[in-house]
Write a protein that binds this ligand. Sequence first.
Ligand code: NAI
Ligand SMILES: N[C@@H](CCC(=O)N[C@@H](CSC=O)C(=O)NCC(=O)O)C(=O)O
Ligand code: ZN
Ligand code: ZN
Length: 379
Amino acid sequence: MASTVGQTITCKAAIAWEAGAPLSIEDIEVAPPKAGEVRIKIHHTGVCHTDAYTLSGKDPEGAFPVVLGHEGAGIVESIGEGVTSVKVGDYVVALYTPECRECKFCKSGKTNLCGKIRATQGKGVMPDGTSRFKARGKDLLHFMGTSTFSQYTVVADISVVAVTPKIPTDRSCLLGCGITTGYGAAVVTAKVEEGSNVAVFGVGCVGLSVVQGAVKNKAGMIIAVDVNDGKEAWARKFGATHFVNPTKLSGKTIQEHLIEMTDGGCDYTFDCTGNVGVMRAALEACHKGWGESIVIGVAAAGQEIATRPFQLVTGRVWKGCAFGGIKGRTQLPGLVDDYLNGELKVDEFITHRQSLDGINTAFDQMKEGDCVRCVVDMQ
Ligand SMILES: NC(=O)C1=CN([C@@H]2O[C@H](COP(=O)(O)OP(=O)(O)OC[C@H]3O[C@@H](n4cnc5c(N)ncnc54)[C@H](O)[C@@H]3O)[C@@H](O)[C@H]2O)C=CC1
Ligand SMILES: N[C@@H](CCC(=O)N[C@@H](CSC=O)C(=O)NCC(=O)O)C(=O)O
Ligand SMILES: [Zn+2]
Ligand SMILES: [Zn+2]
């Protein structure tokens, strides 16, 4: 096959022309990578609730037309000038949380958030302020620095990590967001301790991954909280010891119930719903003096969290994380090793599959409640 290096590639992508409308599968022109950039042939992408959130128009940073998708894996097709971290033919996972290792954030040792390209990423353009995508003669915006709903995408070199080809791309793509986010929240951000009591609000892909992380760190009680009874079997399969449906409690709140169950409150709670009322309940279900609540869910524009300040005065801690607090270029290969050694569940999350033509069905399935993750075959 003729080399595509240095050429504009015409391929298929799922384009979001406007908020609230189905994605349109059509030809897209993908320009070659500029200096410090990498063009990836995307093999597989997951569909995450954050894609649906931005498509819905509720994301204050959402802008259109755009190529969504941020849970993707594939092969490096070509690299721009000066790129040394990956090479043509490498199997890679796209990283919506980049890692430059040079900025104030990266050097702090306190966070996985990288500041180097966050401003342009949030505006939907590459670090030089321009787009690599064109369709119907118009520039399209990038999304979360990754845009994995295209057969080819261009990302900054700090937004990609090479992984061993031993992990198939239909599995490694899920390490690009949902699994890593929940697992990292438990293991890296909260650092759940042996014997500690944990409550996980919302046990979709992210919440089940928190459960997996809590099991890894040998938590005591792992209480899954979900309004969908169908999630109980899923939560127990991943290691939850208890399940509570908050809509079935009578005469008490979920926080009161959890405080009773745990003799004073949980050591760690996690919001994996994006519902600000749930975030409050999760904080208030924490043990006085030390309980920590981790916000993972993404809430819509205009939503705010509230609690009595007394909850914090009396020692509960409210924090949050993106991508679980995991530094993608440094730590993702280790998670791949854990998967290959049978120590990290990934296959179990895949409940649905679609081709690129079926990507709108993937969005519908994600909202149905029996879907943990749908993986889209992009080629
Ligand atoms: N901070 C980060 O880096 C990331 C955040 N997210 C966000 O995490 C959230 C969860 O994502 P997924 O697991 O993919 O979603 P999901 O929809 O698969 O799971 C959410 C679960 O919450 C349950 N739920 C809904 N309302 C509830 C309530 N009031 N009480 C208890 N359970 C309730 C649902 O039944 C469902 O099982 C989303 O808001 C998503 O945007 C996702 C990935 C990364
Ligand atoms: N754009 C939204 C915020 C969306 C958000 O919080 N994204 C998370 C990842 S969610 C993945 O599925 C994230 O990485 N946040 C950190 C960041 O720097 O964006 C808004 O403006 O509300
Ligand atoms: Zn996501
Ligand atoms: Zn950085």
